[in-house]
Design a protein around this ligand. Structure first.
Ligand SMILES: C[S@@+](CC[C@H](N)C(=O)[O-])C[C@H]1O[C@@H](n2cnc3c(N)ncnc32)[C@H](O)[C@@H]1O
Length: 229
């Protein structure tokens, strides 16, 4: 179930304490990002995403609010994966620890194809991998998986969202950190890679997306998954 609403409000309203098996989410990085692909008129293809242009203080408040909700709904010892880039990693890692998550690793997503950036072109993002609490935690089933994942990004002219992630990137996360039939939460659904991968892999999903256009794109993608089953 995906809701077209604010994730903090939605989580409080619809998700019970310690009822979620896995959280995978890609929050706004507060970099004022509206996509890099320019049309012929040099205008950005997308508007700046919601909550991506806040004052430092408001971004911190917003992040603490959703992280506290994430902590409340996740089962103890279960996993959370949060996307971020190098510029915001220090703050997010600190805030996650303050909210009760224990950071286990930082996965580097190698996007294979370079993006923007003029002093070394950008080609990676981080995925913080953490667990709730410091008690007994779920373990990743395979000992041979490394923390660098090379999965091609979606090329700029094919994206439908300014910070779109490939659904393929979510497969290993979901397979390594949840079982079939379990429930995954995504606070910032965007164009839907987490719900799409979750449904394809037989998991239940609950997610929130503030922007109606992206909410509709996600639902259309999910309909295709249902039709192909
Ligand atoms: C970084 S993007 C996620 C992109 C997604 N991973 C994808 O591949 O399409 C963050 C998304 O969160 C949404 N968003 C921002 N603030 C929100 C909030 N308070 N509640 C729900 N969604 C929110 C934005 O509209 C944006 O689509």
């Amino acid at each position: 179930m995906i809701y077209n609403m604010d994730c903090i409000e939605g989580s409080k309203k619809y998700i019970k304490d310690e009822s979620i098996d896995l959280i995978v989410t890609d929050p706004p990085y507060n970099l004022g990002f509206g996509g890099t692909t320019q049309t012929k008129s040099k205008k950005p293809r997308f508007s700046i995403i919601a909550n991506d242009n806040l004052s430092d203080r408001n971004y911190q408040r917003f992040t603490f609010q959703w992280l506290r909700e994430a902590h409340r709904i996740l089962k103890p010892g279960h996993h959370i994966y949060v996307f971020i880039d190098w510029r915001m990693y220090p703050q997010l890692a600190l805030w996650m620890r303050r909210c009760g998550f224990v950071i286990k690793n930082c996965i580097v997503w190698d996007k294979v194809h370079m993006g923007m950036g003029h002093q070394y072109r950008f080609r990676h993002e981080f995925i913080i991998f953490a667990v709730k609490g410091d008690g007994k935690a779920r373990r990743i089933p395979t000992r041979s998986t490394t923390d660098i994942w090379s999965i091609p990004r979606i090329s700029g002219n094919k994206t439908v969202h300014p910070t779109e992630k490939p659904a393929l990137l979510m497969d290993d996360i979901i397979l390594n950190s949840s079982f079939e039939g379990e429930t995954i939460a995504d606070f910032f659904v965007g164009s839907g890679p987490v719900p799409v991968a979750a449904k394809q892999l037989g998991r239940e999903v609950i997610g929130f997306e503030l922007d109606q256009a992206y909410f509709e794109i996600t639902n259309a993608r999910l309909d295709k998954v249902y039709l192909s089953e």
